[in-house]
Design a protein around this ligand. Structure first.
Ligand code: FPP
Length: 250
């Protein structure tokens, strides 16, 4: 298969490397079960895949990578599994505090952090503060934690409504640009490409506003097995799409 177009490739820029890729990291549980391992082993492998794919995205010149790590619905899982996922996030944040400056990786969180353990919240504040010091053009990973697309929309709408009630905003001022600024993704371009591994063909409450014109790539590969070659396939598929945004082909 032809290689994808990369950062330092002029033709590649013209062909359009996505600036923002979003991934539903699905299939960790099945990956583990197939190996006779506990589900938590799948999440551990999934966290490794995230590290690897984030590095790859940064290296090829993707600017934003958004991953779905824990949804507003994932609290329904066993305390063991929830604890394991939170533990993996903590481990990653502890590492990130030491390495993100050197690696020039900005890290942001999407989601409602209020029910998240104070220790994890404090680490997220630390990585936020480090990200503020890095250049806006540096690679940015967005981790969706206690995130739901509907919840994000409701939080944004409540905030705008409260500002209207306080006389700071007027309902008629609201347009798509202003509304986007009330979302967790404020200031970040919409993802051109959304990837869901593991064979599931649904969005599961992910980036509901931002996905309006995203291209979707589905693959049967389970997230822990997702690698650079699979990312190349996803990007090549995206680059072969005819994006018309409701217009007609010129
Ligand atoms: C979905 O697979 C995966 C999750 C709900 C958790 C994803 C979390 C991680 C990969 C760890 C996060 C850590 C970092 C560092 C970002 P599933 O469990 O629903 O899989 P299944 O459908 O096969 O059961």
């Amino acid at each position: 298969m032809a290689g994808i177009f990369r950062k330092n490739d002029t033709a590649g820029r013209a062909a359009g490397l996505p600036r923002h890729i979003a991934i539903i990291m699905d299939g960790n549980g099945r990956w583990a079960t197939r190996r006779g391992l506990p589900r938590t082993a799948g999440h551990k492998a999934g966290a490794e895949t995230f590290r690897r794919i984030a590095t790859y995205c940064k290296n090829i010149g993707v600017q934003y990578l958004t991953v779905y790590a824990f949804s507003t619905e994932n609290w329904k899982r066993s305390a063991d599994e929830v604890g394991a996922i939170m533990g993996l996030l903590k481990k990653y944040l502890l590492e990130a505090v030491d390495t993100m400056e050197k690696d020039q990786i900005r890290l942001r969180f999407f989601g409602d952090m209020t029910p998240i353990a104070p220790e994890l919240q404090a680490l997220a504040q630390q990585t936020d503060a480090i990200s503020d010091q890095l250049a806006p053009g540096d690679f940015q990973a967005n981790i969706c934690l206690n995130y739901g697309g509907r919840d994000e929309l409701l939080r944004g709408i409540r905030r705008f409504a409260a500002e209207c009630a306080a006389g700071e905003k007027k309902p008629e001022e609201l347009d798509e640009g202003l509304f986007s600024s009330y979302l967790d993704s404020a200031g970040i371009p919409d993802p051109e490409l959304i990837i869901r591994p593991s064979g599931e063909l649904r969005l599961s409450n992910f980036l509901l506003w931002q996905c309006a014109y995203s291209e979707f790539y589905f693959t049967d590969v389970l997230w822990p097995d997702f690698d650079e070659a699979e990312m190349d396939r996803a990007i090549a598929a995206y680059q072969a799409r005819d994006r018309r945004f409701g217009g007609v082909k010129k």
